[in-house]
Design a protein around this ligand. Structure first.
Ligand code: PEP
Ligand code: MG
Length: 593
């Protein structure tokens, strides 16, 4: 058993077999063979070794003929590795002595060799480690033959392990078969993390190098709550985690009893809890959890999940589905936020930038490609005739940007009017506050918009100069940093002074231990991942505004994110516990606080 520590990004626990992508792209179904089958399994291994060797020899001859023997020598080296007596002994030993399947023996042995070579840390040797991975791939492909299972054709539940997963790869994971995932890189604020939470797939990222320690088919536990991955857990650990899973199911069932209770504090302050979505299909869960609307629809995922640039019709049809399903409740369409970690196949997106989060991203990209922007705005406007639609511009940094974006919106309106197409002329227009410059200039921005929504995922990275996707600096990526708290307070106060609605749609508002703090700062509109709606509701139903204001006063005296975080966690637990003792209705609504 081996325990690895990373960054928890999507809660709950997954228990299942590993499927390593990147290196294998298919899983090894069986780890052990029955005693009687050892001879047959050795034959299978020998056949695979012979087939791969002859394939490599063929390549060596072909390349030597075409471009010269010095290139053919690359393949000769592979052949040599494959006939190394020590390697062959080890492979066969695993099958004979441990009764491992040939697939498992291949994966284990070649990865062990690769790791030894990689640990030597030399550039040339690192390439030799890659050669071993190549051999592993070829042997596994041969051994598994038609039993190969590509990620998109999974037929049995697995835990996906990868060096990295892009947000669009994550978006394509089937919830039915992917129990959880874990990656070597990635940070808490990246869109991969956000999508995982949206899909409610337990996930841990930023584990550092670990793929060499795992083989496909290994049993795994992914604890997305604590950021822990346990490889080949012992029986006691498995039993303990199965209990955690059962408790969590109970918790979800109990929380669901809150669905139809009002979202209000003990002193009757009403609060709106909207949901953040990436895909139209998520509206079902928004409704199930009783969301007051969609506070953030990340529309760019339409681009990330398709090979072609979506037409206005494709946009419209997706948007209309969401608006119709929300049945009169507000839906805030955030215009394209492409770029940085969300590249997709959009020709307009900048593909190679040195500092993509500071580059041609989001509203900057939309304003650079006005035609693309206008297509989207037309579709949003058309959808506005069917429900309660608002439009919101992301990553606004300068007044000029918001003014130009509004002009493109006006042009799109004129177009539709000329064509006699229906839309809401009074559609509310908002902007995200996710760049410190916007906070500092908010008194100038507010007259330009009907509402603002705070994007803490970016605000934290831009305020603290820390890449939200980089695990190397993830300890600095803290939503409770005192500097961030001040920026939040400034934004909420400025919006109130101007009589404008302010919501918070960054992941911060979905963490229930932030609820009391945000309420105390004056926030009344929360937009959270659907999975968090009921947990946030539980906290707000357990507090008085005066408790929350005291929490803010105390938090503002603190000097570090860690101190604030610990304080908020313990206060939240205490408030829920106290409320549970005194409330007959919610006595049963326990939970983790
Ligand atoms: C944010 O930055 O907080 C936000 C909600 O937008 P995104 O996470 O999509 O960048
Ligand atoms: Mg953002």
């Amino acid at each position: 058993m081996k325990t690895l520590y990373g960054i928890p990004v999507s809660p709950n626990v997954a228990i299942g077999e590993a499927l390593i992508i990147d290196n294998e792209r298919f899983r090894i179904p069986q780890r052990f063979v029955v005693h009687d089958a050892v001879e047959d399994e050795l034959d299978r291994l020998n056949a695979a070794l012979a087939a791969v060797s002859s394939e490599i020899a063929g390549n060596r001859d072909l390349i030597s003929d075409r471009i010269g023997p010095q290139y053919g020598a690359i393949f000769a080296a592979h052949l040599q590795m494959l006939s190394d007596p020590q390697l062959l002994d080890e492979l066969r030993g695993h099958i004979i002595n441990q009764q491992y399947s040939p697939e498992y023996a291949v994966s284990l042995t070649l990865r062990r060799y690769a790791k030894v070579i990689q640990d030597l840390g030399d550039g040339y040797l690192a390439e030799r480690a890659d050669d071993l991975f190549d051999l592993e791939r070829s042997l596994l492909a041969n051994l598994l033959g038609r039993r190969r299972e590509e990620l998109s054709h999974l037929a049995a539940p697995v835990i996906v392990l990868a060096h990295d997963l892009t947000p669009s790869e994550t978006a394509s994971l089937s919830k039915r078969f992917v129990l959880g995932f874990a990656t070597e890189v990635g940070g808490a604020g990246g869109h991969t993390a956000i999508v995982a939470k949206g899909l409610e797939i337990p996930a841990v990222v930023g584990l550092g190098r670990f793929l060499l320690e795992v083989s496909g088919g290994d049993m795994l536990i992914v604890d997305g709550e604590q950021g822990v991955v346990i490889v080949r857990p012992d029986e006691e650990t498995l039993v303990r985690y199965r209990e955690v899973v059962a408790r969590r199911k109970d918790d979800v069932r109990i929380l669901s009893t809150l669905r139809d209770l009002p979202a209000e504090t003990l002193d009757k302050q009403t609060v709106r809890i909207y949901a953040n979505i990436e895909f139209p299909s998520e509206v079902t869960v928004c409704r199930e959890r009783g969301a007051d609307g969609v506070g953030l629809y990340r529309t760019e995922f339409l681009y990330l999940s398709s090979d072609d640039e979506p037409s206005e019709e494709t946009h419209y049809s997706a948007y209309n589905d969401v608006v119709t399903a929300m049945d009169g409740k507000p839906v805030v369409f955030r215009t394209l936020d492409l770029g940085a970690d969300k590249l997709g196949r959009v020709p307009a997106a900048a593909q190679e930038e040195k500092n993509p989060f500071l580059g041609l991203r989001s509203i900057r990209l939309s304003l650079r490609h006005v035609t693309l922007f206008r297509v989207q705005l037309s579709a949003i406007l058309r959808a506005s005739s069917g429900g309660n639609v608002k439009v919101m511009f992301p990553m606004v940094t300068t007044l000029d940007e918001i003014r130009r974006a509004k002009m493109v919106l006006s042009d799109a309106m004129e177009d539709l009017e000329e064509k006699g197409i229906d839309f809401d002329r009074n559609i509310e227009v908002g902007m995200m506050v996710e760049v410190p410059a916007a906070v500092m200039m908010l008194d100038r921005f507010l007259p330009e918009v009907d509402f603002v929504s705070i994007g803490t995922n970016d605000l934290v990275q831009y305020a603290l100069a820390v890449d939200r996707t980089n695990q190397e600096v993830s300890d600095l990526y803290q939503e409770t940093d005192p500097a961030v708290l001040r920026l939040l307070k400034m934004t909420i106060d400025a919006a109130h002074e101007h009589g404008k609605m302010v919501s918070l749609c960054g992941q911060m508002s979905g963490n229930a231990h932030h609820t009391a703090l945000l309420l105390g700062m004056g926030l009344r509109d929360f937009s959270v991942p659907p999975a968090s709606i009921l947990e946030v509701k539980r906290v707000l139903r357990s507090v008085n505004l005066s408790d929350c204001e005291s929490i803010v006063a105390r938090a503002f005296e603190m000097e570090s994110a860690r101190e604030v975080d610990q304080f908020l966690r313990s206060e939240t637990k205490r408030l829920i516990r106290d409320h549970r003792k005194s409330s007959p209705i919610e006595k049963t609504v326990g939970g983790r606080g």
